[in-house]
Design a protein around this ligand. Sequence first.
Ligand SMILES: *Cc1c(COP(=O)(O)O)cnc(C)c1O
Length: 458
Amino acid sequence: MTFKTIIEPFKIKEIEPINVTTEEERVKYLKDAFYNPFKLKSEHVLIDFLTDSGTSAMSSRQWAAMMEGDEAYAGSRSWLKMEAVIKDLTGFEHILPTHQGRAAERILYGYLGGKGKVFISNTHFDTTRANIEFSGAEAIDIPVEEAKHPMLDHPFKGNMDVKELERLINHYGPENIGGVILTVTNNSGGGQPVSMKNAKDVKQVCNKYKVNYFLDCCRIAENAYFINHRETGYEKKTYKEIAQEMFSLSDGCVMSAKKDGLVNMGGFLAVKDKALSDACTNLLIITEGFATYGGLSGRSMEAIAVGLEEVFEPDYLKYRIRSTAYLGEKLYKMGVPLIYPIGGHAVYIDARAFYPQIPVEQYPGQAMVCELYLKGGIRSVEIGSVMFGKKDKDGKFIPAPNELVRLAIPRRVYTQSHIEYVIEVFEKMFEGKENVKGMKIIEEPEFLRHFTAKFERL
Ligand SMILES: *Cc1c(COP(=O)(O)O)cnc(C)c1O
C-alpha cells in the first residue's frame, strides 16, 4: 500500500520550545537588527529558515556516540572512526578534519590560489568565492543555460556548462587554473542537483587539460537522491553507491558536515594526491589543530561518523526531499514565483518577480526577507544583490543574476504543522504586496557583506 502522506520517519524524544512573538514585537526587533535578519536574536524567531547549515537535529544514535568521544590530542579513536567512514564514502586516501567547510576551503583554495589563478565552478558558494578572492585568485561561475531561467523545468539545473569550461581553460591556460569545483547540489544556484553525466563530462575536460577537479560535496546525499530518481541507469543503485561513483570521478572534495553530515559543527577536506595532502596538512596544523582533530572535539567527530551514515538512509532522504518539495509546490500553486523544480534543501523565491515595483538596486530580496519576519516571524536569507551585487570601477551598481530569497529547511527539525504555518504566512504576504518598498545599505564590510550589513527602509 502506498500513502500520500510522507510522515517524518522519526519520533520526538526531546523538545526545544519556540518563543511565540507578536507582530508589534517583531517590528521593534527588526528595527533593532537594522533590517538584517542575521542580526536578530534567535529567540525572537518563530521558524528559522535562515540556513540548513549546522541546524540539524541529531539522532539518539548520534547523541549516544558522543558519549564515546575520545578527546585525545593525537590518534583519537573518534578520529579513526570518522576517517574510516569518510574513506569508505569518498574513496580518498588523505582525510583532513576541519571545524567547518570554509576552513577546508581556505586551506585548499588558499594553497592552490593566489594572484593570477582562476577557479571555475557551476556556482561558487559565497564562502568559496570569498576564500578564493581573498587569496588573490578569481572565481568564475558557469552554470548551464537552464539554470538562468528560474521557472524552466529541467531535472539537473545544477549542472556546469562543460563547453564554457573548456573555453575558459583554453582562454586562461591550464597552468593558471587553480581548480574546477563542482558544487553538489548547487546551493547558490537554487539547491539544484548535478547529474552524473555532467560530473563525468567535467572530469573528462579536467583530465584532458590536467587540471584539479574538486567536489564541494556538502549535499552529496541529497544530490544522490535526485540522480537515483531522475537519471536513467541509476534507479537500482543505492544513494551511497551513487555518491561513491561521483567521488571516484574527482581529485578531492571539501565538505561542510553541517549539511549532509547531520551535525551542528564540523567539516573535512579529502584528497587523492599525497603531496597536496601534505601541503594542506601543514596549513591545517597552523590554524585548525593537529591532523587528527583539526579543530573538532572527539565527540563531534563521533557524531559526524554516525551522521554521514544516517544521511543515506532511504526513508530519511525520501522524507527530506519530499517535504522540501511539499512546501515549494504549495507556494507555487498559490502563485509565489520560485525556482522550479524545487531543490533539495531549500525553496528559492524570485523576489524580483514578487515585488516588480522594487528595482534591483533597492534589493527586493532583502525587502521580502523583512516582510516574512514581520508577518510571520520567519527568518530567511536574501541570495541576490545584497550577497552577490558588486560595484564596477566607477562605482556603478552591478546586480546579481537573480534576486532570490531562500527558505532553507533544517534537517529533521520542523514538522508538517510548522510547514503549514509557513504556507499560511505566504497567503498573508500577498496582502498589500504592491506597497512594499525597497531597502538601502547604510553600512557594509568589505567581504561577505550580507552577514553584517545594516539597512534602512526606503
Ligand atoms: C555551507 C557551505 C560551504 C561552507 O561551509 P561552512 O561549514 O559554512 O563553513 C561551502 N560550500 C557550500 C556549497 C555550502 O553549502
